[in-house]
Design a protein around this ligand. Structure first.
Ligand SMILES: [Zn+2]
Length: 288
């Protein structure tokens, strides 16, 4: 069960890598940073591929394609959730809606505070409405949402349909060992790093995730990715202190001379809007 607008079919992904290779120099983000630090000449049009979270299907489908196309990538892993049966709350919500539990969601006392105007009955559910529901819930904190979902006993209602989301440590290690994938941190638990977190919790998410990944992977981890692209000055400062670079979900191209290492922009892609070469290049050009 995927959150709308988040997946790419393996065939699409392969086509996209081939298209990218025609127009860009595909670089590993960390090699590019190294080269820049050494003052080397950088490619005119460099492009770095990134993956967020550590989904098992990245291992299953994306890794063989990265290898066969010889394209480097960075994968930002949720450190404490790798190798567990963790589910991201937007996927739980999508799963509950697909199974017809929209009314139960909408009537939960915590969720009801923000979900007043959405009709979530099964008959009217389309991708847009699912996405809108997820967007609306973001007014609550991650822990409020998880507490509500736990009390609804989501595992019993839709756990089976969701399957396993994240890869195992061995799979993550295999990604790294392939030589094509650099692992970065995407926090410990994927909480949004905004005001709602205490200083301690923030420190845990940013600093402890790095330690866990380094310990398990046996390599330095110095790249970071903000969950949901959210951060405030407090989070940004801590990330600056502990990482050499960080990526956001803000859309855009990082232009020479104006690159902010800890607020790198990206261009998100998903199958609906990028499944042909023409759509893909329109997306990259900023037309869609
Ligand atoms: Zn994420």
């Amino acid at each position: 069960m995927e959150e709308p607008g988040m997946v790419v079919h393996p065939d699409t992904f392969q086509m996209q890598l081939r298209e990218l290779k025609r127009h860009f120099d595909l670089v590993s983000l960390s090699d590019w940073l190294d080269a820049r630090d050494r003052g080397e000449q950088l490619p005119k049009r460099a492009c770095a591929v990134t993956f967020d979270d550590g989904w098992q299907d990245n291992y299953q489908y994306a890794l063989p394609i990265l290898e066969s196309e010889r394209v480097p990538a960075t994968l930002f892993a949720v450190a404490e959730k790798i190798g567990t049966d963790f589910q991201f709350w937007p996927n739980i919500v999508a799963g509950l809606l697909a199974e017809g539990y929209g009314q139960r969601l909408a009537q939960h006392p915590t969720l009801a505070q923000v979900m007043t105007e959405l009709d979530l009955s099964r008959a009217v559910l389309d991708r847009e409405r699912v996405a809108k529901c997820i967007g609306t819930l973001k007014k609550l904190t991650d822990s409020e949402i998880f507490a509500a979902l736990e009390s609804l006993e989501w595992r019993r209602l839709c756990g089976e349909a969701l399957g396993t989301a994240l890869m195992s440590w061995n799979q993550l290690k295999s990604m790294q060992a392939s030589g094509w994938v650099t692992i970065g941190s995407h926090t410990c638990s994927h909480q949004r790093l905004t005001q709602a977190l205490s200083e301690n919790a923030l420190e845990q998410e940013i600093v402890e995730s790095k330690r866990i990944l380094q310990q398990n992977l046996g390599k330095p981890v110095d790249l970071f990715c903000f969950p949901n692209g959210d951060y405030d000055p407090r989070a940004l400062n801590l990330v600056r202190e502990h990482y050499r670079a960080a990526v956001t979900t803000r859309r855009g191209i990082n232009r020479a001379g104006r690159i902010n290492n800890h607020e790198l922009t990206r261009i998100g892609i998903h199958d609906d809007i990028t499944h042909t070469a023409r759509l893909f290049s329109a997306r990259l050009s900023g037309w869609v």
